[in-house]
Design a protein around this ligand. Structure first.
Ligand code: NAP
Length: 342
């Protein structure tokens, strides 16, 4: 079968490899779609640790082709989404129920072969069933959605809350939808692209603005601004210094800031502890998807979360090599790799 292999930092290639065999307790999944995430580009550039040679792709969905010995509850023909993050279950953090902080965390598509391939093998506990009638591509959004659910859980959005979301990529646009579902009345999306702002408003944002304009904090938080006094919750989904630095100043006194965006290791940003303390801002960070993949699968299956507008292009495995090796195209939200495309 064909697979997109990371052979070393900066060396990505489409290769012919053996079709994997499901081990005891594993499922062999024929991949329908796998999203290209910023992390795949970081892995290619060596900015995120991985274990080459490895097939990349951690946002996959497909149909079970065959089940290994000892599998129960799954059978060939079922549509599934995979949670790529495998916790060990016995380290101190797993024992405390903090599986996303597992000391021995292994990820499908990072440490073991993933979904930019015709087939992927996954342990059955990482699989979640999706309705057979679901659009075959939509399950590829379960993984990013599961990460957003964790962030929104941490933010403790309440009915009537006001929320600012920074960043209009997949993560920001999913968080906007989750914030509305959680009961937020005002959800303001800040992103530079006009198209993404327009899309955010279609998906439920009550307003949007460009965060790079000089008076943005005043436009939001001033007495006559969009959210006088600031937002109850600010969720950073861009992963850039400017927006991380902006986040606290957009929160009201006693408000909560959740950082979902990932910045390169070692990079520092300017934060004013006095301001955090004086206004008692809760500054939280949210890492991956502890126990949220089932909820993501249910939300995608229900159609309540709109994912179709987030698909910018559909490409085959050969084109995926070029797409992962380069920055995302201007305006692109999510490129989906479909092994069925030649
Ligand atoms: P993305 O598609 O790159 O979206 C980021 C958005 O941020 C872009 O659309 C961009 O929109 C905006 N942006 C970039 N620079 C900006 C700036 N200087 N000021 C304002 N906005 C700026 O990425 P994504 O897939 O949505 O992911 C977002 C972040 O979440 C990434 O850092 C990713 O690594 C991280 N992430 C975290 C987790 C987790 O578990 N915590 C899980 C998945 C992803 P404009 O060009 O319109 O401004």
């Amino acid at each position: 079968m064909k697979a997109v292999r990371l052979e070393a930092t900066g060396k990505l290639a489409l290769r012919e490899v053996e079709q994997p065999e499901p081990d005891i307790g594993e499922l062999l999944v024929r991949v329908d779609a796998c999203g290209i995430c910023g992390t795949d580009r970081h892995l290619f550039l060596g900015e995120f640790p991985s274990k080459p040679p490895v097939t990349l792709g951690h946002e996959f969905t497909g149909i079970i082709e065959r089940v290994g010995e000892g599998v129960s509850g799954f059978r060939a023909g079922m549509r599934v989404t995979g949670d790529p993050n495998i916790a060990c279950g016995h380290c101190p953090e797993c024992q405390r129920g903090r599986v996303n902080l597992c000391h021995n965390l292994q990820a499908i598509g990072i440490h073991r072969d993933g979904g930019f391939a015709e087939y992927v093998c996954i342990p059955q506990q990482q699989a979640f069933e999706l309705p057979s009638a679901l659009d075959p591509l939509h399950g590829a959004f379960c993984e990013p959605l599961a990460c957003c659910i964790h962030g929104v859980d941490l933010a403790e959005i309440r009915t009537g809350s006001s929320v600012v979301v920074l960043g209009g990529g997949v993560i920001g646009l999913l968080v906007v939808q989750l914030a509305r579902l959680a009961g937020a009345t005002n959800v303001v999306l800040l992103t530079r692209s006009e198209e993404k702002r327009a899309l955010a408003e279609k998906l439920g944002a009550t307003a949007s603005a460009d965060p790079s304009t000089a008076d943005i904090v005043a436009r939001l938080t001033a007495a006559d601004g969009m959210l006088p006094g600031g937002a109850d919750v600010v969720i950073e989904c861009a992963g850039v210094a400017e927006t991380i630095e902006q986040s606290a100043s957009l929160a009201r006194r006693g408000g909560t800031v959740v950082i979902l965006g990932v910045m390169p290791q070692g990079v520092k940003v300017a934060i004013e502890p006095f301001d955090l303390l004086f206004r008692e801002i809760k500054l939280l960070s949210s890492f991956i998807n502890p126990f949220t993949h089932q909820r993501a699968a249910d939300l995608v299956a229900s159609g309540i979360i709109k994912v179709e507008p987030l698909i910018s292009r559909r490409i085959g495995l050969a084109e995926a090599v070029e797409a992962i090796s380069n920055p995302a195209r201007k305006g692109e939200i999510r490129a989906l790799v479909m092994p069925s495309i030649d």
